[in-house]
Design a binder for this molecule. Structure first.
Ligand code: NZQ
Ligand code: ZN
Length: 399
């Protein structure tokens, strides 16, 4: 096990009707006695308005004497241009906090605005790894879709439409000060979005699970157990349990656990599949979870094909098949392949795409995607991958 430090400042407020605490939580952050508290209320202007959530939140804010500027229009795969607009508003109006109401896209947009509000340079520098944020406005969130895990993660992913480039920025300042998770708010999710979210949180665990690190039993077992819990509760939701509170609650908590860094402790994750997916999102505006449903099985099949003689790799793939998917085959390679098939069948059972041909992704652009994905150098840690490997994985996904 590697040395590690783990510090997560995000206070999670979980359960029914918890969004009604938003005003008092903001007051706790911004000092109760201070007058003229003004925040940025950030959301998409879509489902949270339709459901009446935004109106209710405004009521909770008023009740606690909190004023706000409002910025709407966040879209999935959130855009740099809106972030820049938010930074300008936050600076001009001297806002003290950002409240994100929505999913990973709104929260990431809020994180970038919060960092940009206290920075005088070009915010895209953070995503090009030229600089790191030195401070940030506090961020609070009310989560409406369990998926990205942004509600307590150190990551922020933004698309610069000029490339288009989709890039992540990692900083401890990205962790929200609080996140409110009410599973009831997820009842309105369309099945496709529920499935994208489930796929993404599974991918977050699998990226961490596929490690070369030895003696990480605690996190191995936590990863396997959390994946089994996700699969079990996803099946409940997709078999008529859309409004099943218990299942929605398990999925919502799993989404946060999957990406809050706890399952990283003492180990080095892989993350090639996320990098490979970002090119699909950037060029074809594919939903992040849907892209991962295509990429993850392709990445695993590629690893099996190039690491057949590497016992450590094959044992890990076979263990994943056994502990997560219940595969019971003695031979590592066949067990690994069966596990991949079962995972793919599970994604398909939620109507996720599993090949490029299930989407608008044009295979003619594979060489371009493979070149773009190695922009910062090789990707992955379980096995380091270059441009040719990336191209081969994209070709498996297009098959
Ligand atoms: O805008 P509305 O109308 O709300 O529609 C959204 C959106 O179309 C809908 N939705 C959300 N909550 C809903 C709802 N519809 C009905 N009822 C509700 N309660 O869901 C759609 C997707 O929302 P989005 O926020 O885009 O989803 P998600 O949470 O999956 O976020 C995806 C973004 O997060 C990034 C992804 O790359 C992508 O840009 N990621 C962020 C990470 C992080 N910051 O830690 C890590 C992840 O790996 C990921 O890369
Ligand atoms: Zn993800």
């Amino acid at each position: 096990m590697q040395n590690f430090e783990y510090c997560n400042k995000t206070k999670i407020i979980f359960g029914k009707e918890t969004e009604n605490r938003v005003g008092s939580e903001i007051n706790a952050v911004l000092n109760e006695k201070q007058k003229d508290k003004r925040i940025l209320l950030h959301h998409s202007g879509g489902s949270a308005v339709k459901s009446g959530l935004i109106e209710r939140i405004k009521g909770y804010l008023k009740a606690e004497n909190i004023e706000w500027a409002e910025l709407t229009g966040v879209q999935p795969n959130p855009l740099l241009s809106l972030v820049k607009k938010g930074v300008e508003i936050a600076k001009n109006e001297k806002l003290e906090m950002v409240l994100a109401v929505g999913g990973g896209s709104v929260i990431d947009s809020a994180k970038a605005i919060a960092a940009g509000a206290l920075d005088d340079g070009d915010i895209w520098d953070f995503f090009e790894r030229k600089r790191t944020p030195q401070e940030s406005l506090p961020i609070g969130t009310i989560l409406t879709i369990p998926a990205a895990g942004s509600e307590s993660s150190t990551s922020c992913v933004i698309t610069n439409e000029e490339g288009p480039w989709k890039r992540g920025m990692h900083s401890p300042f990205n962790r929200p000060v609080f996140s409110i998770l009410n599973p009831e708010l997820t009842y309105t999710l369309p099945p496709y979005q529920t499935a994208c979210g489930i796929t993404d949180m599974m991918a977050h665990i699998m990226e961490r699970y596929f490690t070369r690190e030895l003696n990480v039993d605690v996190t191995d077992e936590l990863c396997e157990g959390t994946l089994r819990a996700i699969i079990k509760n996803a099946k409940i939701i997709f078999n008529g349990g859309e409004n099943n509170y218990a299942a929605r609650a398990e999925i919502m908590w799993a989404g946060a656990i999957a990406h809050n860094g706890f399952l990283d402790t003492g180990r080095i994750g892989d993350w090639a599949s996320h990098a490979l997916d970002h090119e699909l999102s950037a060029l074809f505006d594919i939903a992040h979870g849907a892209g991962l449903a295509i990429i993850f099985p392709a990445w695993m099949r590629y690893i099996v094909s190039v690491c057949e003689s590497d016992n450590a790799v094959m044992e890990r793939l076979a263990r994943f098949a056994e502990k997560v998917w219940g595969v019971n085959i003695g031979d590592n390679k066949n067990a690994a392949l069966e596990g991949i098939t079962l995972m793919e069948d599970f994604f398909k059972s939620m109507s996720m795409p599993v090949r490029f041909s299930d989407t608008n992704i044009d295979p003619a652009r594979i060489p371009e995607m493979a070149k773009r994905v190695v922009h910062f150098g090789q990707i992955g840690n379980f096995r380091k991958l270059g441009e040719n490997d990336a191209e081969a994985i994209y070709r498996l996904a297009a098959r």
